[in-house]
Design a protein around this ligand. Structure first.
Ligand code: NAD
Length: 286
């Protein structure tokens, strides 16, 4: 997609952080924007903020983890703004770090529900509405650099599990839509200065209720990128039809190390294949 003006963007998790940055930059490009968030207070403020760019802006309060709510929101956006062109399935939460085996059922259900099923719900309800008008569009799913490798010592296995899922879903979609006028991207930010470390403060009761967490828990985010800069990076990627949207060149080495380790693992497979061949000498058949 090259031209944004006059078209419609949908952003989930737009009440704060990266989602708000995306919504602001889309509006600045002349798009109408539907901001979606589960927190009504943050959403109302964000809508006022984005209205400052002078385009049509609506706010929809719903939970991305609930497929029926996502479908109802998609219908309303189409009714109120007329069409859907760009959709950012961006809403997500972080959970406090623990050893991988110690996350509770409630932890898993909450983080998978929002970070993975939320994106699946968005794809199922929003994508057909982009396809419907035939003029093309773009889907951006927010994963994380944590969707490509798991940092030692950070204890983020649950978060990374969901983000690896978002990467896989996006690669699958990319295969489905390659060569069409619908672009697919997966956003993999490094540190961005947002409120994500406060997600547990609004954890729903069914997942254990709110937990106050010290603001110092993820100090690395305070030095992170401004969300508007991520918005500008995503605009570039949509224009250039990039599948992988990385935000920090410094994370390239993390992926290189992981990929080298994976490729190295095949050396053991080669030794095993050789020993199997010697052992069987072609005689073992099943
Ligand atoms: N901040 C970072 O450094 C960073 C890095 C990599 C990836 N990400 C990803 O970026 C995305 C946005 O996070 P952020 O950092 O801007 O955090 P944020 O907390 O500032 O914003 C996330 C927004 O999502 C909303 N939200 C949470 N659960 C929801 C639900 N069930 N339904 C609808 N909305 C919901 C929140 O209310 C919040 O307004 C997330 O998917 C996150 O995993 C963030």
């Amino acid at each position: 997609m090259k031209d944004f003006a006059g078209r419609v963007a949908v952003v989930t998790g737009a009440g704060s952080g990266i989602g708000l940055g995306l919504a602001r930059m889309f509006a600045k490009e002349g798009m109408d924007v539907a901001l979606c968030d589960v927190r009504g207070d943050a959403l109302a403020e964000a809508v006022e903020n984005v209205k400052g760019f002078g385009k049509r802006v609506i706010g929809l309060e719903f939970d991305v983890a609930d497929g029926a709510q996502v479908e109802a929101a998609a219908t309303r956006i189409e009714q109120e703004l007329g069409r859907l062109d760009i959709v950012c399935n961006n809403a997500g939460i972080a959970i406090y770090p623990r050893p991988a085996a110690e996350f509770t059922d409630a932890d898993w259900n909450w983080i998978i529900g929002v970070n993975l099923h939320g994106v699946i719900n968005g794809v199922r309800s929003f994508l057909p509405r982009i396809q419907k008008h035939g003029q093309g569009g773009h889907i951006v799913n927010t994963a994380s650099i944590g969707g490509f490798q798991v940092q030692k010592g950070r204890r983020t296995a649950a978060y990374a599990t969901t983000k690896f899922g978002v990467v896989a879903l996006s690669e699958g979609l990319f295969n489905d839509f390659e060569g069409t006028n619908i672009g697919i991207s997966v956003l993999a930010p490094g540190a961005v200065n947002t409120n994500i470390y406060r997600a547990s403060e609004y954890r729903p009761d069914k997942f254990g209720g709110p937990v106050a967490r010290p603001n110092t828990a993820l100090p690395v985010l305070n030095d992170g990128l401004h969300a508007d800069a991520v918005g500008r990076r995503v605009l570039q990627a949509i224009r250039d039809d990039e599948l992988y949207i990385f935000t920090h060149t410094s994370t390239r080495d993390w992926l290189a190390r992981r990929h080298a380790r994976i490729i190295h693992a095949f050396e053991a497979t080669e030794r095993w294949e050789a020993s199997e061949a010697a052992l069987n000498n072609g005689q073992e058949r099943s």
